[in-house]
Design a protein around this ligand. Structure first.
Ligand SMILES: Nc1ncnc2c1ncn2[C@@H]1O[C@H](COP(=O)(O)OP(=O)(O)OP(=O)(O)O)[C@@H](O)[C@H]1O
Length: 314
C-alpha cells in the first residue's frame, strides 16, 4: 500500500527554556521508515520522541533540517504531507467528548475533505475495524481510555493514509486493552502501511517492530531490528543461560567454574547464569553435566535491558 514512508534529514528543533537559554529538543535526527515498515521509537522521558512526532505531523516546524512524509516535505508541502499521513497523538486531546464517536469522525472526515456517502461509509468501516461499531452513537465522554485510543486510531485511518504516526497508542491501557491495541496496530502494519510508533512498552516494540530506533538527548542513539539490538548488547551485557536439571532438588551440580561467569542463581532444579559468552557456557555445561541436564537455553539481553543500558550510557 505505502509507496513512500518517512524520511528525516538532520531534523532539529530548539526551544527556549524559562531562563531564555536555547535547548535542542531534537538535534540532527536522520530517521527513515521504509514503505510498509513499522518502526518504533523508544527513549526515556525527554528524549525528543514527541517533538519528532510533532515535527512530522506539522504541529511544529523544524529549526533546521527537513522531513518528508509520504513523499511530501512537511513544511513546503504541508497539506499533501498531512493527506498522506494519519496520526494519533492519544489522550483526551483531539476528540470532542460531547459528540458521539460517529459525529467526531464526521467532523474530522470533513476536515480531511471527505464528503457524503463516502464519509459515512469510511466512518462505519473504521469504527468496525476498531471494534467500536456498537458504540458509534455514544458520546466520547463516556468512553474508557482504551476505547478513546481506538477512536484516535479510527480517526487516523479515516482518509486511508499510507503512513501512520502513532504516539504511545497503548499508554495507560490495562494489559488486555494493550494486547488488543497491539493486535490492531499489527493488523494495520500487515496491510502494508508505513508506521512510526513511539512507545515506552518494550513488549509492544519487540512484538510489532521491523526496526527499533533508540533516542536519547534529542538524537538517535542506535537503531536495528529488536533481535540485532539485543545480540549487539550481549557483547557488553553478556548472555543469560538457563539450565533445567533432571533432578528438581538441591543435589544439582555447581556451575561456579563456568567460563566467563558474571552471576549465578540456583532455584529448585533450575540454574540461571549470566555469562560473557552464552555458547561457550552452554558447551561447558553440556560437556561436564550433559547426563543431568533436561534443557539448556541461551538468550541475549532483553530489549528492556538494552534500553536501560542505553539510558545509563554516556
Ligand atoms: N514546547 C516546548 N517548550 C520548551 N521545551 C520543550 C517543549 N516541548 C518539548 N520541550 C523539551 O524538549 C525535550 C524533549 O521533549 P519531548 O516531549 O519531545 O520528549 P519525549 O521523548 O517525548 O518524552 P516523554 O517520554 O516524556 O513523552 C524535553 O527536554 C522537553 O522539556
Amino acid at each position: 500500500m505505502a509507496e513512500q514512508g518517512i524520511v528525516t534529514r538532520s531534523l532539529s528543533r530548539e526551544f527556549k527554556d524559562k531562563a531564555g537559554r536555547v535547548r535542542a529538543a531534537v538535534s540532527g535526527v536522520d530517521l527513515t521508515v521504509e514503505p510498509g515498515e513499522l518502526v518504533s521509537v523508544l527513549g526515556p522521558n525527554g528524549a525528543g520522541k514527541t517533538t519528532t512526532v510533532r515535527l512530522l505531523t506539522g504541529l511544529l516546524t523544524p529549526t533546521s533540517g527537513s522531513a518528508d512524509v509520504g513523499g511530501h516535505d512537511v513544511v513546503r508541502e504541508r497539506r499533501a504531507a498531512s493527506r498522506a499521513c494519519g496520526f494519533s497523538l492519544g489522550g483526551d486531546l483531539g476528540l470532542y467528548p460531547r459528540l458521539t464517536a460517529l459525529q467526531n469522525l464526521t467532523f474530522f472526515g470533513l476536515m480531511y475533505g471527505l464528503r457524503g456517502s463516502h464519509l459515512r461509509q469510511r466512518s462505519v468501516t473504521v469504527l468496525e475495524q476498531m471494534g467500536l461499531a456498537d458504540r458509534a452513537g455514544d458520546t466520547v465522554g463516556t468512553f474508557s481510555r482504551g476505547m478513546k485510543q481506538r477512536l484516535h486510531l479510527a480517526r487516523a485511518l479515516l482518509h486511508e493514509p499510507s503512513v501512520l504516526i502513532l504516539d504511545e497508542p497503548s499508554a495507560g491501557l490495562d494489559p488486555q486493552s494493550a494486547a488488543a491495541m497491539r493486535r490492531l496496530v499489527g493488523g494495520l502494519a500487515e496491510e502494508g502501511r508505513s508506521i512510526l510508533l513511539t512507545t515506552h512498552d518494550m513488549r509492544e516494540a519487540e512484538e510489532l517492530s521491523d526496526r527499533v530506533v533508540l533516542m536519547k538527548d534529542g538524537a538517535v542513539h542506535s537503531e536495528a531490528t529488536p533481535g540485532r539490538l539485543r545480540v549487539a548488547a550481549a557483547a557488553r551485557l553478556g548472555h543469560s543461560v538457563q539450565i533445567i536439571w533432571t533432578a528438581a532438588d538441591e543435589s544439582v551440580p555447581a556451575c561456579d567454574a563456568c567460563p566467563g561467569l558474571l552471576e549465578s542463581r540456583q532455584d529448585r532444579g533450575t540454574t540461571r547464569l549470566r555469562v560473557r559468552d552464552g555458547a561457550e557456557a552452554a558447551g561447558w555445561v553440556l560437556a561436564r553435566f550433559g547426563d543431568q541436564v533436561a534443557s539448556v537455553s541461551v538468550t541475549p539481553p532483553s530489549l528492556e535491558e538494552v534500553f536501560l543500558d542505553m539510558v545509563d550510557s554516556r
